[in-house]
Design a binder for this molecule. Structure first.
Ligand code: RRO
Length: 314
């Protein structure tokens, strides 16, 4: 039997393919054609303490091989999630990870403490990397001391898996992964979106209301793989790779670069069953290659005489 599972801090995921925060709602509005129970896990849209309306429209723009978003952390707030979403999620076979975003350390702690008692919330992904809010977001994620502080305070408050979601909008992402690891994070998610911008040349207006937004989709895949590789060289904790995955082949690339698992993001908007298909594709690939455990692929990129520039940073 092929072993597709992986474990973070005692929580086992049925396979190594999750759906990324912000691309699958709160996990309860899954289209009928998608068998979400076949996913390794579902990461919720970022939750803050109070509900948020998010940024004004337009907040999405399609770009070459990708898209810009500036949703601005629109979400229903933690209490409504507890009252209305948690009861529906309890019947799920796949693992539910709550993503938390906040504008202060206190708010991160309060949201985590509100969710921690619920069994269906298997773990937490901490968003220190939203590019589209003035408070919190990148002001935390681009400051190593703050990433360390947030991780430390949350670690004291939960025994569940604590996954820190990092931004690529820094010089050396591995330093931020090390900061999270040193304060007890169980894993890191690599990467959130890259800051990008697009202008409509006829109206001369930017194509999203906040001028800049977060770039995602296949356009960022090679960047994401390089960031996963950089982080893999620096830390011992598992890495969840994210960025432009549309196929099982893409996912295998992330695993070979050092990701223990992957998340499908933007491509869910094209095909909400992409995660299930990617998981099935990885399984078939491993069977054909006589690989008994998908984990054998993690970091198993062919050793090459090192010409990498990244290594000089580590
Ligand atoms: O809501 C958003 O604008 C958003 C978030 Br919280 C995030 O983490 N990444 C992103 O690209 N957009």
């Amino acid at each position: 039997m092929m072993n597709e599972t992986f474990t973070i801090a005692g929580v086992t995921f049925r396979n190594r393919v999750l759906v990324a925060s912000g691309t699958f709602g709160y996990g309860d509005e899954v289209p009928e054609l998608v068998d979400a129970d076949k996913l390794g896990g579902i990461v919720t849209k970022s939750l803050s303490m109070k509900p948020r309306d998010g940024n004004p429209a337009p907040r999405i723009a399609e770009t070459a091989s990708g898209m810009l978003n500036s949703i601005g952390l629109a979400n229903i707030g933690v209490q409504k999630f507890i009252d209305e979403k948690i009861p529906k999620l309890s019947s799920f076979a796949s693992t539910v990870i709550a993503n938390i975003a906040a504008s202060s350390v206190e708010e991160y702690c309060a949201v985590l403490e509100a969710l921690d008692p619920f069994k269906v919330v298997a773990g937490f992904e901490i968003n220190v990397s939203c590019p589209n809010v003035k408070e919190g977001g990148l002001s935390f994620g681009t400051d190593k001391v703050k990433v360390a502080l947030i991780t430390r305070e949350l670690r004291r408050r939960t025994k569940k898996p604590l996954i820190i979601k990092l931004t690529p909008n820094v010089t050396h992402i591995s330093e931020f992964a090390l900061a999270a690891e040193s304060e007890g994070a169980d894993a890191v998610s690599v990467i959130n979106t890259l800051i990008g911008m697009a202008i409509d040349i006829r109206t001369r207006k930017t194509r999203i209301s906040t001028i800049t937004g977060g770039l995602s989709g296949p356009a960022i895949k090679p960047i994401a793989i390089a960031k996963v590789y950089e982080v893999y060289r620096a830390v011992q904790i598992p890495i969840i790779g994210i960025g432009g995955i549309t196929s099982w082949e893409d996912a295998v690339e992330f695993l070979l670069a050092g990701a223990s698992a992957v998340q499908i993001g933007t491509y869910n908007f094209v095909d909400p069953s992409a995660g299930v298909k990617v998981a099935e594709g990885i399984k078939l690939f491993c069977e054909k290659q006589s690989i008994g455990n998908v984990g054998e692929l993690v970091g198993a990129m062919e050793a090459q005489r090192s010409l990498s520039v990244i290594e000089s940073w580590l």
